[in-house]
Design a protein around this ligand. Structure first.
Ligand code: CUA
Length: 308
């Protein structure tokens, strides 16, 4: 998963990478100049008339040069900030992401205005401007996909915005960049940049309600899911599960990972998560279901994994 700001895959990240190299180059130049002058003063030949050189060094090297250099670097550094305002392009994709402890609530809106609630994974079409509106109803998080754009805080009571535009397809790592509690480091999420047609097909599939269980085991899993009240916290669109506290599970099986970006989306990790969420994400709010008999846990995982 690409996660380096120095290997940008978005116009905004490319601008930040350019800024980084210019700042590093300028810093190196200033450092060399200062060390050069210090070495010259320590070991160089004595000047004929040191008293005439002093005002020149103090005014030139201590006032004029730093003021000029810093003013140029400041203007250069602020320029990308002015360009990073939310784009008003009507063709832009609008998504809303809310930081939770410790997962991401993601909402897409179709051109027809229909909301699609997803979680813990972001997919974007290549070459299209995206306006991400960011919020939180708990603590401060920060939304960051290093390869695509800068980071923006998610502040309770406010909506902040991040504008980005991916320039190549691929899989990139996103993360929370603000310490937000016990499992802050486990808030990473996969971001997949896809071709426009693949993205449209994916979003169309995500908008569909959940498909009914296909196997007997999955059918039993649905029964266990219902009996244990999982639907009080989780939404599975098209079923009686309409909870809003935890992540939407309508298409859980189609995601790249479960629980954190580190765990593959397979029945076994899913079972481990359901049995003891706090072992995987310390402080997780979901109660553990370690008391489930093995066969029941397997059936539950089969149902959830089948939600493609
Ligand atoms: Cu959310 Cu750190």
């Amino acid at each position: 998963m690409g996660s380096s700001i120095l290997d940008p895959a978005g116009t905004d990240a490319a601008e930040i990478a350019t800024l980084f190299w210019w700042m590093t180059g300028a810093g190196l130049f200033i450092w060399c100049a200062v060390v050069g002058i210090a070495l010259f003063c320590a070991h160089g030949r004595r000047l004929h008339d040191p008293h005439r050189a002093v005002p020149f060094l103090i005014v030139g090297g201590g006032v004029v040069l730093p003021a000029l250099l810093l003013a140029v670097l400041l203007a250069f550094g602020l320029a990308p900030l002015a360009r990073a305002k939310p784009a008003n392009d009507p063709a832009r994709l609008v998504i809303a992401v809310a930081g939770e402890q410790w997962w991401w609530r993601v909402r897409y809106t179709t051109p027809a205005g229909v909301h699609i609630d997803l979680a813990n994974e972001i997919r974007l079409p290549v070459g299209r401007r995206v306006d991400v509106s960011l919020s939180s109803d708990n603590v401060i998080h920060a939304f960051w996909i290093p390869a695509l754009a800068g980071k923006v805080d998610m502040i309770p009571g406010r909506t902040t915005h991040l504008s980005l535009e991916p320039t190549r397809t691929g899989l990139f790592r996103g993360a929370c960049a603000e310490y937000c509690g016990l499992s802050h480091a486990l808030m990473s999420f996969p971001t997949e940049v896809m071709t426009a047609s693949a993205f449209d097909a994916w979003l169309t599939a995500q908008a569909e309600p959940a498909r009914p269980p296909l196997s007997d085991e999955a059918l039993r899993g649905l029964e266990i899911f219902t009996r244990h009240g999982c639907g009080a916290c989780h939404m599975v669109r098209g079923t009686a599960a309409t909870g809003l506290i935890g992540p939407d599970l309508t298409h859980l099986g189609s995601r790249r990972s479960v629980a954190t970006a580190e765990l593959p989306n397979e029945p076994a990790p899913l079972m481990a998560w359901i049995a003891a969420p706090q072992h995987i994400k310390p402080g997780a709010l979901m109660p553990g279901f370690a008391m489930l008999p093995d066969a029941d846990a397997r059936a539950l995982a089969a149902y959830l994994h089948g939600l493609q």
